[in-house]
Design a protein around this ligand. Structure first.
Ligand code: TF8
Length: 339
């Protein structure tokens, strides 16, 4: 090898090494202010992860890109924020995938009752090609999905009675997310299901406009639902993801380096969020009991009856998301379960 060639190679290697530590060239990152909205409060798993995201964006951009976080639905409900992102009036948010079904039907896949048996399955499908495919459906609608976070397995609370049998749900006025799969699911269980934005839920429970709701343990703790709900039934009826999204109007104006900052920070926040959420969920049940909630699990026979009723909505989910995607998901899950 000639001396010249060797020094050229060394120079190239040095450039690559520099790129590895500082992937973005400073001049490609401009000062940016990003308004990031979310529905839960600052002390929730959602709030903690938004903070990690914000710190990481600031660090990776050398302080040029700033996240201004707005919790507690102060910029609006999930649906309102989605519209603000599409219109370009807000840059980022994190919220439920369930409220995105009106924008991209394929999101209904995640509303399938009992789709995932555990978080290992959830992570593998959400972070794999199927999760990517569903996420990509948002782009033509004006949203860019970065990563999925964990909202978690959902459980039922109410104020009327302990739910020990399917029939106990009869006439229970139950708030559900603004999403047809959830509406159909709980109607098929006999509840009087009413769709409401999350931002109105606490006061609806407090004023007894509704009797109950369903959300992961974490949210029942962080939103203080234990103050206004007596009975908690462990159903784990569906795993809900959250999704971090960016306004496409804003995204399209970013440089490659700026996009990379957001993507890398989003991945870091996802890994933090999932661990934090799982740690908190593991403690939450004891916490809720200590706060006076009356907790029950369903007997295996009743759980099977509920599961059977709920999975009657599967056919309509398959129609909304398309048979190909449905089959692909079932195939991927079968493969994971065979391992
Ligand atoms: C719900 C969801 C909420 C989310 C959150 C506000 O019940 O589970 O946790 O939408 O982002 O609405």
């Amino acid at each position: 090898m000639t001396v010249l060639r060797r020094s050229l190679l060394a120079a190239a290697a040095a450039t690559l090494a520099a790129a590895a530590v500082a992937p973005a060239f400073a001049q490609d990152i401009r000062p940016r202010l990003i308004r990031f909205g979310y529905g839960l409060n600052e002390q929730s798993n959602q709030g903690r992860a938004v903070k990690v995201f914000a710190e990481e964006v600031e660090r990776l951009s050398g302080g040029k890109m700033k996240i201004r976080a707005f919790g507690g639905a102060s910029l609006g409900s999930d649906n309102q924020m989605q519209q603000a992102l599409i219109g370009g009036a807000q840059e980022m948010m994190v919220g439920s995938t369930a409220t995105l079904v009106g924008i991209a039907q394929e999101m209904a896949l995640w509303d399938t009752p009992f789709l995932f048996n555990d978080v290992r399955e959830a992570d593998a499908i959400l972070d794999g090609p199927i999760g990517e495919k569903v996420k990509a459906r948002l782009e033509p609608k004006g949203l860019v999905g970065l990563v999925y976070w964990e909202n978690g397995f959902r459980n039922l609370t109410n104020n009327k009675r302990a739910i020990t049998r399917l029939e106990d749900l009869d006439g229970v006025k139950l708030r559900v997310m603004q999403n047809n799969v959830f509406l159909d699911s709980f109607r098929s269980l006999g509840a009087n299901a009413v769709p409401l934005p999350f931002s109105e839920l606490f006061s609806a429970l407090e004023t007894k406009a509704v009797d109950g709701q369903e959300n992961p343990f974490n949210t029942i703790v962080s939103s203080k639902f234990y103050e206004v709900q007596k009975f908690l039934t462990v159903t784990n009826h569906v795993y809900s993801p959250w999704i971090v999204t960016v306004s496409r109007k804003f995204w399209d104006g970013l440089s490659a380096a700026e996009k990379k900052v957001l993507v890398d920070a989003a991945k870091k926040s996802r890994d933090f969020e999932r661990k934090d959420t799982r740690d908190e969920a593991a403690r939450a049940l004891a916490d809720l009991k200590a706060r006076g909630m009356q907790v029950n699990a369903l007997s295996p026979a009743e759980a099977a009856r509920m599961r059977d009723r709920l999975t009657r909505v599967n056919a309509s989910v398959a129609t909304s998301v398309g048979m190909d995607l449905w089959q692909e998901t079932q195939g991927a899950l079968a493969k994971l379960r065979a391992k």
